[in-house]
Ligand binder design. Structure first.
Ligand SMILES: [Zn+2]
Length: 176
């Protein structure tokens, strides 16, 4: 989760508003964790691991199954099919999926394919936006403020939001 100073304040506020709107639509309070399966259902996304992907080149399945160096990707748009790396820790799987959901919500277009994995490639700006929106969906700003007010430690906040401690730290840095 390196990177990211490139997004303007306005853009980050826009993304935060999109996340709030999603919580509102789903009837969630900002301090309630948004589960990936709830958002998957909302977006009518089917989630696969490489092994369960239908109609996929066995060579690609082999590459994806054996590697830690990819997170997740949208394989098909209509209907929406997402493949994700089940070798990662569960908390990271959650943020990987939130990242892909962010691409979907923001209607980002692909600009090519990753040469190694065959997964879609996107513009850097779109990647940065997905990092932020994914983070907001996993730990919304007001949810984080709620946790801080409750004096919850980073590990408890992480547990509450099904997030990694790195993600909690990233979100804390983002709100200053
Ligand atoms: Zn991405």
């Amino acid at each position: 989760m390196g990177l990211i100073t490139s997004l303007s304040t306005e853009n980050r506020q826009r993304l935060e508003a999109i996340a709030s709107e999603k919580f509102h639509q789903l009837g969630l309070k900002v301090y309630q964790p948004l589960l990936t399966r709830v958002l998957a259902q909302d977006l009518e996304a089917t989630i696969h691991t490489p092994e369960t992907l239908p109609n996929t080149d066995p060579e690609q399945v082999k590459i994806l199954s054996a590697s830690d160096n990819w997170s997740a990707g949208i394989i098909r748009n209509n209907p929406l099919v997402i493949v994700h790396n089940s070798r990662h820790a569960i908390t990271r799987q959650n943020s990987n999926l939130m990242h892909e959901f962010a691409h979907v919500i923001l209607k980002h277009e692909m600009v090519g394919y990753e040469p190694n994995t065959g997964l879609p490639q996107r513009r850097q700006q779109d990647e940065d936006e997905a990092v932020y929106l994914g983070g907001y969906l996993q730990i919304p700003r007001r949810g984080l403020l709620w946790a801080i007010q409750k004096k919850m430690a980073i590990d408890r906040i992480a547990l509450h939001f099904n997030a990694s401690q790195d993600m909690v730290q990233f979100r804390m840095n983002a709100i200053g």
